[in-house]
Design a protein around this ligand. Structure first.
Ligand SMILES: Nc1nc2c(ncn2[C@@H]2O[C@H](COP(=O)(O)OP(=O)(O)OP(=O)(O)O)[C@@H](O)[C@H]2O)c(=O)[nH]1
Ligand SMILES: [Mg+2]
Length: 490
């Protein structure tokens, strides 16, 4: 599953590993080994943002605990394995194996104090983990921190999580409250944290979570959630590739098969109530628990924890319109109402399809950091990186290096140019790169030539020296893309 860019980096690592100090050699080996693993995505966000619920929805299994407890305070890594297995890895390097609990979840009690746990390593036979490892991180409580607090803490990320996020190649930031344009401190903190954690629009997306609670009661949140997420994406454009609105609870319930035929029947009973009574019942969780209704307390609580008010209202509306609706179809509609499909598509586009580029970029950053820290190995590592970036066969690697500099704000470019460069560096689909989804090869070739010309003009005048270097790389990239499109046509 290693792509051309990661292969290039793997060759580079192989070349330098015996020529650097033994400490540096070990690190090079670690970086190189990671290139063959599935892309690692960390889920980050404040306490109770809905991170674990989102993880379950993404895996399609309810395996991460979502109630407050010991387990939710530690970092948990979910990866593909030939058999389900949990290992608690302690800070002194010990591994202790545990069974999943009777509900098939990571048990609430891990048998080791949370403070001694480095991370919990969960291997699952889930197909969705074959090319993506998902890391659930604990969040920090919202703190109205003074200016002196670290940026990671201001955005709700604790030290262990920060370490995991830096170790991951990609990140999903879960927000629950919208950051506003005038919330300068929050925005600043987010930018600073994302720069420190080495995330950028290339390897990070945002999720606007718990959207079902935006409007209160059972009201349809989508008319509010969509524009809110768009605004967020615009505000955080330097930090995350996109912001996707999701009702993770609905997604989890639908994807992990948590809604039974009995639940469907309970919902049908509610759906048959007089509309005005049902409306009143769904105004708040308190009213749902206490107003007269043809359901017992246990059934009500079960529906609340699985669907919450919007989900219940949505399901009732579906059943009222079609009383013969089966459980399977109801679950499909709930999944659609959760917004999970868009999240999955964004994860595919941003992470899965770009996995080769993201992993190579991660390794490049790691090697550069190694060079800056290890004086004795510095010149060997730097020469090797520069050599690789000069090699025409690896022009994509150079593009990627340029795109990372632009995306992290090291070399600022106008927004539209930055996006174009990121597309060019991280994809090999000319229609997507050129934003011409329906163009024929001739149109694509001339668009690529035009883009190359634009970047050359930008390099020659209007750009500073750092921008000009990047613009030359982009110019050559589009020139090569035009050649490639023409070659494929003939
Ligand atoms: N209504 C609603 N509730 C949600 C949603 N996502 C999560 N929740 C609920 O919010 C609570 C916290 O969710 P978790 O997934 O445990 O949140 P977390 O971010 O992992 O929490 P910590 O790990 O403790 O920081 C649980 O009771 C979830 O059922 C959502 O989209 N809608
Ligand atoms: Mg959690």
């Amino acid at each position: 599953m290693t792509g051309p860019l990661t292969s290039g980096i793997a060759t580079l690592c192989h070349e330098i590993v015996t020529r650097v100090s033994s400490d540096a050699g070990q690190q090079v080996r670690r970086i190189s080994n990671r290139l063959h693993d599935p892309l690692r995505v960390a889920i980050a966000g404040r306490l109770k943002a809905g991170k674990s619920t989102l993880v379950n929805a993404m895996i399609g299994r309810r395996v991460a605990p979502t109630a407050a407890g010991e387990c939710t305070r530690v970092v948990t890594r979910f990866r593909y394995g030939p058999a389900d297995r949990i290992d608690v890895v302690t800070r002194d390097g010990d591994r202790r194996s545990l069974p999943l609990d009777e509900d098939g979840m990571v048990p609430a009690r891990l048998g080791v104090p949370a403070a001694r746990i480095a991370y919990v390593d969960v291997a699952l036979t889930s197909d969705r983990l074959r090319d993506l490892t998902v890391v659930d991180t604990p969040g920090l409580a919202s703190t109205d921190t003074a200016g002196s607090a670290r940026a990671e803490q201001a955005v709700g990320i604790d030290d262990d999580s920060a370490g995991e996020i830096t170790a991951a190649e990609a990140v999903v930031y879960v927000f629950t409250q919208a950051v506003r344009a005038d919330d300068v401190r929050a925005l600043e903190a987010f930018h600073v944290a994302s720069a420190r954690l080495a995330t950028s629009p290339i390897n990070a997306i945002g999720v606007l979570g718990r959207i079902d609670t935006l409007t209160g009661g059972a009201g349809d949140p989508w008319p509010v959630a969509e524009p809110l997420a768009r605004q967020q994406a615009a505000l955080l454009a330097r930090t995350v590739g996109d912001v996707v609105p999701v009702a993770a609870l609905l997604a989890e319930t639908a994807e992990a098969g948590r809604l039974t035929g009995a639940d469907r029947d309970a919902l049908a009973t509610l759906a048959a109530m007089a509309p005005a009574d049902l409306q009143l019942l769904l105004l708040s969780a308190d009213l749902f628990r206490t107003r007269p209704a043809p359901l017992g307390a246990g059934q009500r609580e079960r529906l609340l924890t699985r669907l919450d008010l919007y989900g219940i209202g949505f399901a009732c509306a579906q059943l009222a319109a079609d009383p013969r609706l089966g459980t399977g179809e109801l679950v499909r509609r709930l999944s659609a109402a959760s917004g999970l499909a868009r999240l999955t598509a964004t994860v595919d586009q941003t992470f899965r399809w770009r996995s080769d580029a993201i992993k190579a970029g991660w390794a490049l950053t790691r090697l550069e950091r190694l060079a800056s820290l290890d004086q004795r190995s510095r010149s060997v590592v730097r020469d090797a990186i520069e050599g690789a970036l000069r090699d025409p066969a690896y022009h994509r690697l150079r593009l990627l290096d340029a795109a990372q500099r632009a995306a992290t704000g090291t070399v600022p470019l106008p927004a539209g140019w930055e996006q174009e460069l990121i597309r060019l560096a991280t994809s090999d689909d000319p229609r997507w790169i050129l934003s011409l989804p329906a163009a024929d090869p001739a149109a694509l070739a001339s668009a690529a030539v035009a883009a190359a010309g634009r970047w050359r003009a930008y390099a020659v005048d209007g750009a500073g020296p750092a921008q000009a270097r990047i613009a030359h790389v982009a110019h050559r990239g589009f020139h090569l893309l035009a050649q490639e499109v023409r070659r494929c046509r003939t």
